[in-house]
Write a protein that binds this ligand. Sequence first.
Ligand SMILES: Nc1ncnc2c1ncn2[C@@H]1O[C@H](COP(=O)(O)OP(=O)(O)OP(=O)(O)O)[C@@H](O)[C@H]1O
Ligand SMILES: [Mg+2]
Length: 235
Amino acid sequence: MKQGKLITTANVVKADRAIEYLQRRPKLELVGLGLVYGKPGLGKSTWASRTAFSKGYIYLRLESTTTPKNFAQRLLSSLASRYNYGNVPTCGATNTIFKRCMAILENHEDAVIIVDEIDYAFSNKQLLGAIRDIVDETLAIVILVGMQNAKDKLLQVNEYYFDRCNVFCEFSSSDKKDISELCRQVMDKTPNDAMQEMIYRESTGNLRRAVKLIYGVENAIAGNQNSSSQPSEIN
Ligand SMILES: Nc1ncnc2c1ncn2[C@@H]1O[C@H](COP(=O)(O)OP(=O)(O)OP(=O)(O)O)[C@@H](O)[C@H]1O
Ligand SMILES: [Mg+2]
């Protein structure tokens, strides 16, 4: 199975368009904030990380342990490396580190920052506030990526934040065309129509499930028995 690909699914096209929409916005009137959200396994993180890599965007993934300070430090390191600032010190107070981030962003108005797993910030007002400051005080585009209920959560947690969001993009289940394209691009041997149909049907348009099925099928072809989408029991 071939790894590391970004299939241009309908969701990928939609999410790319959301960024383009913000890039074209009247920057003095509208802030560059967007939200990408959707059910698990539909390809949000894959789109975010692989697009960031290919287009030179900053990609940061929040974790349950992320604090405002280590978020600021990771953002500063990523910005410094992206814009060739060399070794920028990431020590000092959180506010000082954020100020250094803002200074870099002032010189790079085209910056796009994607913050994945934004749901972790909903319970951390300081972290959410710091991200909002970037949006309010710079021309950078900030794309938040979250779970299915992230849109409602954002409204509940902070109406002002929600109000600033100028584009929403929901990932939906992939159709047969997307799943067939995934099969063609990642499978070692092009699968026949029946195989593509089976993977589409069993995955119900969930790309994570489709990839598990593909691996199961290829493993079975290679001589093993298990072609289920469930994790294999290795004996
Ligand atoms: N566009 C794509 N091209 C190739 N593979 C993809 C693509 N989108 C998703 N996948 C595959 O599906 C898997 C699951 O996708 P991903 O982790 O991006 O989903 P997610 O929407 O972020 O899920 P979660 O909400 O659980 O974080 C990936 O590990 C990858 O193998
Ligand atoms: Mg994800």
